[in-house]
Design a binder for this molecule. Structure first.
Ligand code: GLN
Ligand code: ZN
Length: 746
């Protein structure tokens, strides 16, 4: 049995709380380390039936950061610091020094700290953390397996901080990485190390020629090396790895079914196979019959004693345990399996695989079957009306071409060139959060709550009118989260109370769970949008989250293809657009913040994703009348590889996050002759800094070098909910001033 990693934030988010207390100096370093130690001890206790427990999967912030620290890959600006101060400064910045960049770990919602490398760095090994955790596990009587990010994944995900190329850096990095392994090899004879190399699933890269020599050198230190990939198949790397001296390979057979085609190579080489079969990314009770049938296929080729059953990836990506879910519908809850439950599933699968159905596992096996059969037949997941709508669905374009639509819209909506707007949310103040909390707990009645929200909206509208924005928003005060808010109002969704998943550092998210066919019984946003519209003669933009984003930020049912689930969601959003436009809302924004993050890891699967993701956006937006203007917003700036798809989405206006790149990233829109309107963020909302009029003025000038004023909108680069009013007010005022100045120049 092989567990690739266990969630570390703690059942009750103990680590989060400890970290935040430490950062605000309410907790000492010693206390923090004690909490961490207790968590590790508890997490290992769940793994006691496994031949080894995972060590070094734990982290105070992030495993990539841990490795940077262990290799001495410290950006120059932090080199005067030491210990935890240094570690957290790299993660979070300190004073003048900006933090290292963070980005998503493959196609998950987990963010890692991006290594910043330069060929001038002098690396030095610091293996203290790994050694301590190793010894800690030993002293508790466990056999440890070290979890470590592989050299290829580490360099592959890094960026260079000067003009050195990764190729130049590779030899230096390799040297220090091997020193680290050498140090770890002295822990005991045959130290087991599982090298995480998910980068291999993306296919060949410039470092592939070095795989063989690096892993062979690693083996010369006498460690037992397992090289593990996940999230997709990694056949190209497997071909090379079977020729090295590593002990075994870990492969994901759930998200990388194609790995099955590599089995013969593994068998021929006599390598151990760590077969990822228990889903580390989703939360449904395993269908043990289907796992056993995959195992049948595997064991036809690989000898049974070389097969070790494992999780498909680290369990970091699922919540801790469903023990404390007391409010959820019992039937739906019975279908779920979080990390702690998954370890039990692993044990059961192992026993079934080795012994067949015997007295000791029969009851559990039958229970698992009952749950799976029950789920399949449950009334809760099927909705014939939804199925019929989908069966009769014809995917269409909008009724008129963009050129025709925009003429009508410009006339009817009457906004000027360089129209000013915002992305939707205004600051979520402590008062607002308290109001929502009180309402949730039943401490205030609906009227009091709604009046509070209305007051906030009224203030937002008043402020926007006062500073002279062209297109207003209601401010989204009623939304806790841009997906949860919609999920809560749709059928087919359920919410856990405690299903937290680490997003980065101490930040966790609680993804909605889509368990059945989805529909939208009533309008979800019209009430607030039309209230806001009633307060102003200016246009108030309606604000929706798009189907692809709802899908990508939820745990999705595994009994229906993702694209089918997404189609159902698209119909819900289409219904909402229809209600909004009938209710007098003339501009509607469909946020697709997570459109890009759903992209498959392997090139060959991209086309298919793009096709259905695009179709889904169209199912939603094509209900808009020609005169209804559809906006979309995407939270990133790199559009080069997806620009054709963006173009095909045919939103009338797209707002994007290009504020930090001058006009560089906008150029692609010009290159492809993108004709629809664009709102490239003119200032970065991720920082509390207030941009000056001059700065924004210059930024707009830069944008005008690329696109004409008729095609440009002026807005911040994302929603303002995480900012404070003291920051938002002057920033937006300056934005308007800058636009006025440009307009006055003619
Ligand atoms: N309308 C949302 C907001 O302003 C968009 C946020 C996002 O795309 N992340 O908050
Ligand atoms: Zn955004």
């Amino acid at each position: 049995m092989n567990i690739i990693g266990f969630p570390r934030i703690g059942e009750k988010r103990e680590l989060k709380k400890a970290l935040e207390s430490f950062w605000t100096k309410k907790m000492s370093e010693n206390e923090l380390l004690c909490v961490a130690k207790e968590l590790r001890t508890l997490h290992w206790s769940y793994q006691k039936k496994c031949p080894f427990v995972v060590v070094n999967d734990f982290s105070l912030y992030d495993n990539m950061l841990d490795l940077s620290y262990a290799l001495g890959a410290i950006p120059a600006r932090f080199r005067n610091l030491k210990g935890l101060e240094l570690y957290f400064a790299m993660a979070r910045g300190n004073g003048e020094n900006v933090a290292c960049e963070m980005t998503k770990w493959f196609n998950t919602n987990y963010h890692f700290v991006v290594p910043e490398l330069s060929k001038h760095d002098c690396y030095t090994v610091n293996a203290e953390k790994i050694i301590n955790e190793y010894n800690e596990a030993k002293s508790l009587g466990y056999a440890p397996k070290i979890s470590l990010i592989g050299l290829f994944t580490y360099i592959g995900l890094s960026k260079t901080s000067d003009n050195s190329s990764k190729k130049d850096i590779f030899p230096h990095l390799k040297k220090v990485y091997l020193e680290l392994i050498k140090t770890l090899s002295t822990l005991e004879k045959g130290t087991i190390i599982e090298f995480h190399e998910p980068i291999f699933v993306k296919g060949e890269n410039e470092f592939f020629p070095y795989i063989k020599e690096v892993y062979n050198e690693i083996c010369t230190f006498g460690v037992k090396a397992i090289v593990t990939t996940y999230f997709e198949a990694s056949n190209e790397a497997t071909k090379i790895l079977v020729e090295t001296n590593i002990e075994g390979l870990g492969l994901d057979f759930l998200y990388g079914e194609n790995n099955l085609t590599s089995l013969q190579l593994i068998a021929n080489a006599g390598k151990k196979l760590y077969a990822g079969l228990i889903d580390g990314r989703n939360i449904w009770v395993a269908n043990l019959d289907s796992k056993l049938s995959i195992l049948d296929k595997i064991s036809l080729i690989v000898p049974k004693d070389l097969i070790h059953i494992g999780t498909s990836c680290s369990l970091l990506h699922v919540p801790f345990s469903k023990d404390s879910e007391i409010k959820m519908d019992k039937e739906i809850l019975s279908w779920l399996s979080f990390a702690k439950e998954k370890v039990r599933e692993l044990e059961l699968l192992e026993s079934l695989f080795r012994n067949g159905i015997v007295d000791s596992n029969k009851e559990a096996y039958e229970f698992n079957k009952t749950i799976n059969d029950g789920r399949k037949q449950s009334q809760k997941i099927h909705d014939t009306k939804v199925r019929e709508r989908i069966a009769n669905l014809v995917i269409t374009e909008r009724k008129e071409s963009f050129q025709a639509r925009i003429k009508t819209q410009r006339k009817e909506l009457g906004y000027p060139d360089l129209a000013t707007t915002t992305i939707g949310s205004f600051p979520q103040t402590p008062e607002l959060r308290a109001l929502r909390q009180k309402y949730k707990k039943g401490e205030i009645d609906t009227d009091t709550y709604e009046n509070g929200i209305k007051e906030y909206i009224t203030e937002c509208i008043r402020f926007q009118e006062e500073i002279g924005l062209d297109v207003l928003v209601h401010g989204e005060p009623e939304r806790n989260d841009m997906v949860e808010y919609f999920g809560e109002q749709m059928k087919g969704f359920v919410f856990s109370q405690n299903g937290w998943v680490q997003s980065y550092g101490s930040r966790c998210v609680k993804p909605p769970i889509i368990y059945g066919d989805t529909s939208r019984p009533e309008s979800m946003t019209l009430k607030w949008s039309s209230f806001a519209q009633s307060l102003s003669k200016k246009i108030v933009k309606g604000m929706l989250t798009g189907p692809v984003t709802i899908l990508n930020w939820s745990f999705v049912r595994d009994d229906l293809a993702r694209k089918e689930v997404c189609k159902q969601l698209s119909l819900c959003i289409a219904d909402e657009i229809s209600d909004l436009q009938n209710g007098g809302i003339r501009i509607i924004q469909v946020d697709e913040a997570a459109f890009k993050e759903g992209y498959p890891l392997r090139e060959e699967n991209i086309k298919e994703y793009e096709t259905w993701a695009l179709e889904c956006f169209k199912i939603s937006s094509s209900v808009a009348k020609p005169q209804t203007q559809i906006h979309t917003h995407m939270c990133y700036s790199e559009f080069n590889d997806i620009i054709k798809t963006i173009e095909a989405m045919d939103a009338d206006v797209i707002s994007i996050e290009t504020a930090r790149s001058g006009n560089e990233l906008l150029k692609i829109f010009k290159q492809v002759g993108y004709a629809n309107e664009v709102g490239p963020g003119v200032y970065d909302i991720h920082s509390p800094r207030i941009p000056s009029v001059d700065e924004i003025y210059k930024q707009i000038k830069l944008l005008l070098e690329v696109l004409p004023k008729e095609q440009l909108w002026i807005n911040p680069d994302c929603g303002l909910k995480t900012r404070k009013w003291e920051e938002v007010k002057p920033s937006l005022k300056n934005m308007i001033e800058a636009v006025k100045k440009i307009r006055s120049e003619g």
